[in-house]
Design a protein around this ligand. Sequence first.
Ligand code: ATP
Length: 260
Amino acid sequence: MRESKKLEVSCLKLGLARQHREVLRGINATFKPYELTAVVGPNGAGKSSLLNCLAGVLAPTAGQIEFDGRPVQCLSATQRARFCAYLPQAETPAWRLEAADLVALGLLPWGQPADSAARVTHALKLVDGLQFARRPVTQLSGGELRRVQIARLLVGEAPLLVADEPTAALDIRHQLQLMQTFRKLADAGHTVVLALHDLSLAARFCDRILLLQDGRLLAQGAPEDVFSPALIGDVYGVRCELRRCGGVLEFVAVDLLERP
Ligand SMILES: Nc1ncnc2c1ncn2[C@@H]1O[C@H](COP(=O)(O)OP(=O)(O)OP(=O)(O)O)[C@@H](O)[C@H]1O
């Protein structure tokens, strides 16, 4: 059922204006199969705007997005949905759907595959959510609901997975489990793009970091190149330290920096 194809996604001089304000400017970046990329930056930097453009929720007002070298405008909505699964930053369920039915919505681009039920079960297992399958999503806790929404992202096994702050509502066990799942999916050839506020998780699990500030791409590269305490401190306005704890990198914001 799934597009077995790997997908390379390019942003070429991408720009976006919202309410006549430029919120993304001149973004040049490529997202490759086998790569787990974190998009980081302070509040309002443009992370969600960039992810919305990748997912086709917002249309760029400048530049271009290409899937394997083809402008995305050449794709139908269904083709694009088969290539890219998207988890928005926040989403309140409007209907009293059961969790398994909400997850199954992630299969809509493929119609009604014969193995839908097995796929939904597998996706719920990935987020440790099988026990919620028959619960109305309106009756789940914030983190439980988020895990069900993540299962909907994963169920179609789209080549490009775009998730906006997927770990934000999760407890530490489920954060770790989810980042391990994204790592495995990237290792299997998926192109994975996550907006993350947790720089420690980004440093530990991601291959590449895109650092945004005021809608511009300030730096991109391997975590060890982008995550210098000086650069991060400057961008976020904090004094920070990068520590190694039990073999794991941890970003610690130690104090605020005075801003002029
Ligand atoms: N619906 C909207 N209409 C107009 N401007 C918007 C809208 N949504 C966001 N913006 C503006 O676009 C800019 C980028 O917002 P965006 O949500 O992409 O930032 P972000 O990096 O995801 O922030 P956060 O970390 O707070 O989620 C901000 O200046 C924001 O005020």
